[in-house]
Design a protein around this ligand. Structure first.
Ligand SMILES: CC(C)(COP(=O)(O)OP(=O)(O)OC[C@H]1O[C@@H](n2cnc3c(N)ncnc32)[C@H](O)[C@@H]1OP(=O)(O)O)[C@@H](O)C(=O)NCCC(=O)NCCS
Length: 351
């Protein structure tokens, strides 16, 4: 059976750079606090009314397609991962298909947040290996900045996230020493609300463990969705995060899922040429590096410049590492992600 290779890769980040000092002008935070806890120095924000996840995804995709030496007409299937879609529905996949003038191919949207890109390439890998599709475009794109709370209430979340897009074209390869070796996907819904944006949603509070909130009758219709006053007060129209719980689970699951990938292929951490961890927090990446005894040149981080770009973070970092000449043919590349859901996963590939 053939394997799946990355035939082309691209990234796009919006022009506007927002520094920690810029954020400190609108909320009680500081460059020192943000850098110490997260490693982030700046992030990019999309231009309102001009850019969206779909349009940024198109820009990254155009580069990936060109580098693969094909055209948008050659793409057989699109997988688009985002938690910040242009529309509640339909998804961004069809918008990209329309903007890029693609054929009437399948377009699938993935809602797996920070692990969206790993889930997406895992799905694409199955289609390629079975011969169902020849050229699959996988895109991860986010416009967090349009939906963040810039008041003090939201500062723990807002300082972390940035906007951007990354894309890859996947194709079959018959080469011995090339392609995706394995992918590994996991979830634990017990942490669903710990990193979430629960509205607009159609849940009426039924998943909440707090019985008093559950019992509250829906009293307001907001954008077609019933919400309780408690939900509105609870800030549920913005992303919510229990940072410490997320941190603890992330540092447990990242090394676990990387080891799962290595062991499946009879490999060890020292065999990794480059690890691209989802850029959640520089402290999390450093913890993984230390735990796995990896040298600095075996890990690529860029959260310092981009913040956490969720589904876009791995393809942006992978593209950057490749553009910097850090990845060569035959290198063992490990991708790993953890995030909202909780969902997490890894992929091991030979470049
Ligand atoms: C978000 C995170 C940086 C917060 O760091 P932390 O050490 O856990 O901080 P806490 O939430 O305990 O807050 C500590 C204090 O800082 C304050 N604080 C929160 N955000 C702040 C900010 N942006 N600036 C300044 N102070 C802030 C809190 O209000 C709290 O104040 P208090 O002690 O007076 O109550 C950290 O928990 C984290 O990185 N978690 C993982 C997040 C992540 O990776 N998410 C994405 C997963 S894909």
């Amino acid at each position: 059976m053939p394997r799946t290779k990355i035939a082309g890769i691209g990234k796009y980040v919006p022009e506007k750079t927002v520094t920690n000092d810029d954020l400190a002008k609108v909320m009680d935070t500081s460059d020192a606090w943000i850098q110490e806890r997260t490693g982030i120095k700046e992030r990019h924000y999309a231009a309102p009314y001009k850019e969206t996840s779909a349009t940024m995804g198109v820009k990254a995709a155009a580069i990936a397609i060109e580098r693969a030496g094909i055209t948008a007409q050659d793409i057989d299937f699109v997988i688009f991962a985002t938690l910040s879609p242009d529309y509640y529905f339909p998804g961004c996949g069809v918008l990209l298909q329309r903007i890029m003038g693609m054929r009437e191919i399948g377009a699938l949207d993935i809602r797996n947040q920070c692990s969206g890109f790993i889930y997406s390439i895992s799905i694409a890998d199955q289609f390629i290996k079975t011969g169902m599709y020849k050229n699959i475009l996988v895109v991860g794109a986010e416009v967090h900045s349009f939906g963040l709370d810039f008041s003090n209430t939201g500062r723990n979340v807002t300082v972390i996230f940035g906007d951007g897009a990354g894309a890859v074209v996947l194709q079959a390869t018959e080469k011995e020493n090339q392609g995706i070796l394995s992918t590994h996907l996991h979830s634990d819904g017990n942490g669903a609300e710990l990193l979430s944006m629960m509205n607009p949603g159609f849940h009426g509070g039924i998943h909440l463990k707090d019985e008093s909130k559950k019992a509250a009758p829906p009293t307001e219709l907001y954008g077609g969705v019933f919400i309780t006053p408690e939900e509105k007060l609870a800030h549920d129209f913005y992303p919510n995060m229990d940072g410490q719980s997320v941190f603890k689970k992330a540092v447990e699951k990242f090394p676990e899922v990387i080891m799962e990938a290595l062991q499946t292929n009879g490999l060890q951490p020292s065999d990794i040429n480059i690890l691209i961890p989802h850029q959640a927090n520089l402290r999390i990446s450093q913890f993984i590096q230390q735990k796995m005894k990896l040298r600095d040149d075996q890990v690529h981080n860029n959260i310092q410049q981009y913040g956490n770009t969720t589904a876009a973070s791995i393809p942006i970092a992978l593209c950057e590492a490749w553009e910097l000449g850090k990845i060569k043919e035959g290198d063992l590349v490990c991708l790993a992600a953890f995030g909202s859901g909780f969902t997490w996963g890894s992929a091991l590939l030979r470049w």
